[in-house]
Design a protein around this ligand. Structure first.
Ligand code: SIN
Length: 288
């Protein structure tokens, strides 16, 4: 089931959601066996920012019925740290690399896109304008005009295909997707997490160090499927669908709703080999 994603050839349609699979840690744990049986057909990095970030204070996770709330806050080594430490290891993966970036301003986003696009190891760039745990990201991606301004600003700075990661926390995700397409995006991916909160049962105060977080997992799948369907109907560029996918049947549902590719997120935490299983199940369903 070969896929052409914005001119990049993939051996299949199964990706990881950004930040849900640490390929460097997995390589340490599983050695070269990871490369021989890599669970995804393209790998999406954890989102990087220009400056290093510590991320949000703990606790950062809370389990909900059929889901997870995270308030991670984009901890990362920053662009230079990513280039120095992570990129050489990610370049050894046997699949195309998609680097996810998030800027606190259009200029920051522009620098990230330009510098990432200069690296041969980077096949595509994902603009994360949808992180619910960093205010600026979500504000940019919740509004069609703001999203368009961000994409228009970065579009001339690279020839790498640009994927815009959409938030479900927008009044009209299809309008944001259309604005991104008109501004020059080559693909959109959705959904990022839905804003949520949990209370500490003892103190009745917010459990998460960041107060609120983003809900993912099977609990959000029906919402994600609807949004993928409405976005796919509104745009002509490829849609990467995600949100609670845990089986080949779920993946096939997202593709029937209009997704060209699917991404596995929360399920990777339960089963690091989920991508392999889901790709095999999907292959059986579509007869390849
Ligand atoms: C996080 O690091 O807070 C999650 C990333 C995201 O939701 O985009």
């Amino acid at each position: 089931m070969k896929i052409d994603l914005c001119g990049i050839q993939l051996a299949g349609p199964v990706l990881n959601g950004s930040g849900t699979f640490d390929a460097i840690a997995a390589r340490r744990a599983f050695g070269d066996a990871l490369l021989e049986r890599f669970p995804f057909h393209a790998f999406v990095s954890k989102t990087i920012t220009l400056a290093p970030r510590e991320g949000n204070p703990p606790p950062r996770l809370w389990e909900t019925p059929a889901g997870l709330i995270n308030s991670i806050g984009l901890p990362n080594k920053g662009l230079e740290g990513f280039f120095a430490h992570d990129l050489p290891e990610l370049a050894e993966l046997p699949v195309p690399l998609i680097v996810s970036v998030m800027g606190f301003s259009r200029d920051e986003l522009g620098t990230l896109v330009q510098r990432a696009g200069e690296r041969d190891e980077v096949a595509l760039i994902e603009l994360n304008v949808s992180c619910p745990n960093v205010e600026t990201g979500l504000v940019m991606g919740a509004d069609p005009a703001e999203t368009a301004r961000a994409v228009e600003h970065v579009r001339p700075l690279t020839d790498r295909p640009l994927i815009v990661k959409l938030t479900p926390n927008a009044t009209d995700p299809a309008a944001v997707a259309s604005a991104a397409e008109q501004a020059g995006a080559d693909a959109v991916s959705l959904i990022n997490t839905l804003k949520g909160m949990a209370l500490d049962p003892r103190t009745r105060q917010p459990w998460l160090g960041g107060t609120t977080g983003g809900v993912s997992g099977p609990a959000v799948r029906a919402i994600a499927l609807e949004q993928v369907g409405s976005v796919a109907a509104a745009v002509g560029i490829p849609v990467i669908g995600m949100g609670g996918i845990a089986s080949g049947r779920h993946a096939s549902d997202f593709m029937s709703a209009g997704a060209a590719c699917v991404a596995i997120g929360t399920e990777n935490f339960r089963d690091p080999a989920a991508g392999l299983r889901i790709a095999a199940e999907l292959g059986e369903r579509v007869g390849v």
